[in-house]
Design a protein around this ligand. Structure first.
Ligand code: ZN
Length: 580
């Protein structure tokens, strides 16, 4: 099993496959004094024709990739071993002493590009997406927003600090709210209720403090938008997130489609759960337990076993993916097992210079680990498929499509779960996956619609905020009864960290799921053709618009009822085929 020792032996400077052309061989960009001269050279270079501009853009990409490589490597090393102070210090050094110095210098080069008179001579087909991205970034930048963004980041840090301290005394020990959540899968209903109440009461203790932080954030975001000459923060966020291919109105259309096409299925699903559990009414602590009181699925015992089995899953989806995964494994680009000192969670990282993926996770033997593994696998295959491009931003796609790669791989892998389970296990895992998708859409609509309200009504009171939230819960929620827990419901939005930390980031999950479901439905008709289209779309990286990336994957980039409803019918039919 690859571990952090192999990782330390990884060459992280230059991959032989992608030789440097601008940064000197052997020059390790791990210190600002070695980075700055390259920014100076790019700033001072004369550009007289389109060929020279292309070379300049590629050199600019090479510089950023080499700097990112250092940051990624330090981040990965730190998360693999958080109790090593040297690794932590190295990462902090990057965040504090390298990254902030790169930002204004990167902006300076973007301005140089935007002003360059030969930019309009570039091949439009190849460079249009890059061109619009750089110009949008230049358009929105304001010096006076830099301190406001620092202020906003500090408030986000306060939010994290408050949440990080939330623990409760339960079942004889002090537990984090994440640990407490595990009780929601226990078959003892009274125990579930008590743990749910304990978590809910603990959160409510901080509700007012979080309201204070959020009010300040809304005010700061309003100033940021005003400085950038936007009518409100929603307009700013759409520009800042470079949402060129859809509008706020498209999102509102999507919410409506979700209300009409998905919410009825969510309510059916919960009614069915209520019946199977023989409870009335369905309560918030009845949502995670297995309806037949079975033990959790146990797909593997060790990280080695997970790695072996998931390799076979990938080989069966596509032999090329299987081969790539085996290479990652042999190269030590996986750190899968849970162990002391490792950071929580899972992620896929890309080393931008050597252009290889890395997967980090904490596998303990659950179906959710299998799901994380294939999800991050999808991101890794995306990285490998697009790594040939000399333009850095073309080697990855916007989130709306990046998550099509990962959600799509989750769905394509469902048909290969016999590596892990018998018939009954496959049915359980598949049902959990599909019911999760049915729940996801209404939640995405709730969070997104809430943000549209917050930032187009920046003078709203706390009372209005709560009322609008409750309206949305009535519109998109299921049949769960919160009687006696009205305050928990009223402040439930505070549990969604995106609202605090990454405003307007959420609709992307809904958009990507729309693409992934289409890939999966295509595979049900013609698996070979669907996987081929998926691979071809991944290879385009970020070099095309979102509608073009979706089209290449065999999917429509459309948020209307006409696209969503047939997909949900397809999910409903697949669910109907499964035994309980
Ligand atoms: Zn992902």
């Amino acid at each position: 099993m690859p571990n952090s020792t192999n990782l330390a032996n990884n060459p992280t400077s230059t991959a032989a496959d992608f030789p440097r052309r601008f940064i000197a061989e052997g020059d390790n960009l791990d210190d600002w004094s070695r980075i700055e001269p390259y920014f100076d050279r790019l700033r001072d270079r004369d550009i007289e024709n389109a060929d020279q501009l292309v070379r300049w853009l590629e050199d600019f990409s090479e510089l950023l990739a080499c700097v990112n490589e250092v940051g990624t490597d330090r981040h990965v090393r730190m998360t693999c071993q958080t109790d090593d102070p040297d690794r932590k210090q190295a990462f902090l050094d990057f965040i504090e002493n390298i990254e902030p110095k790169c930002k204004p210098r990167t902006f300076e080069l973007e301005v140089k590009y935007a002003k360059c008179p030969v930019a309009n001579q570039l091949d439009g087909k190849r460079y249009r997406v890059l061109d619009r991205s750089i110009r949008a970034s230049v358009e929105i930048f304001r010096d006076e927003n830099v301190p406001l963004e620092t202020e906003e980041a500090k408030l986000a840090q306060q939010f994290q600090e408050i949440c990080g301290k939330q623990t409760v005394q339960f079942d004889g020990t002090e537990q984090t709210l994440q640990q407490l959540a595990a009780y929601q899968e226990r078959t003892d209903r009274e125990l579930r209720k008590q743990s749910w109440e304990a978590g809910s009461e603990r959160r409510l203790q901080d509700a007012e403090a979080l309201e204070d932080i959020f009010d300040q954030m809304v005010a700061i975001r309003r100033s940021i938008a005003k400085n950038a000459d936007c009518s409100d923060y929603r307009e700013f966020a759409f520009k800042h997130k470079q949402r060129f291919d859809y509008t706020p109105q498209d999102c509102l259309t999507f919410h409506q489609a979700i209300e009409e096409a998905v919410v009825p299925l969510l309510r059916e699903q919960e009614a069915r759960r209520k019946e199977s559990l023989a409870v009335d009414p369905l309560r918030p602590w009845d949502l995670a337990v297995d309806v037949l009181s079975r033990q959790p699925l146990a797909p593997f015992a060790t990280a080695d076993e997970l790695c072996r089995k998931v390799s076979r899953v990938f080989h069966r989806v596509d032999p090329e993916f299987g081969r790539q995964f085996d290479e990652m494994s042999a190269a030590g680009y996986l750190d899968l097992d849970s162990r002391k000192g490792k950071a929580p969670g899972g992620y896929q990282a890309t080393y931008d210079e050597s252009r290889h993926p890395f997967i980090f996770m904490n596998a303990v033997g659950l179906q959710s680990d299998v799901r994380t593994m294939v999800h991050e696998g999808g991101h890794s295959f995306h990285c490998v498929a697009a790594r040939h491009d000399p333009i850095l931003s073309y080697r990855s796609s916007p989130i709306e499509f990046a998550e099509v790669a990962s959600f799509g791989m989750e769905l394509l892998s469902l048909d290969e779960l016999s590596e892990f389970y018998d018939e009954e296990g496959i049915a359980r895992a598949t049902r959990a996956q599909l019911e999760g998708i049915v729940s996801l859409f209404p939640w995405v609509a709730t969070i997104d619609a809430f943000q549209h309200f917050l930032y187009t009504h920046p003078n709203h009171t706390r009372q209005q905020r709560a009322e609008h939230w409750l309206d949305l819960r009535r519109r998109f929620g299921g049949i769960v009864d919160y009687s006696g827990y009205e305050d928990a419901l009223r402040f439930a939005w505070q549990r969604q960290l995106h609202l605090f930390e990454v405003p307007f980031y959420y609709i992307e999950y809904g958009i990507a799921q729309l693409g992934a479901l289409q890939v999966w439905r295509n595979a049900a008709k013609d698996r070979t053709a669907a996987v081929r289209a998926y691979r071809n779309a991944l290879a385009l990286g970020g070099s095309r618009t979102l509608p073009a990336l979706f089209e290449a994957a065999g999917a429509k980039f459309d948020f209307s009822y006409n696209t969503l409803a047939p997909l949900i019918d397809f999910v409903r039919a697949e669910l109907a085929k499964l035994p309980e």
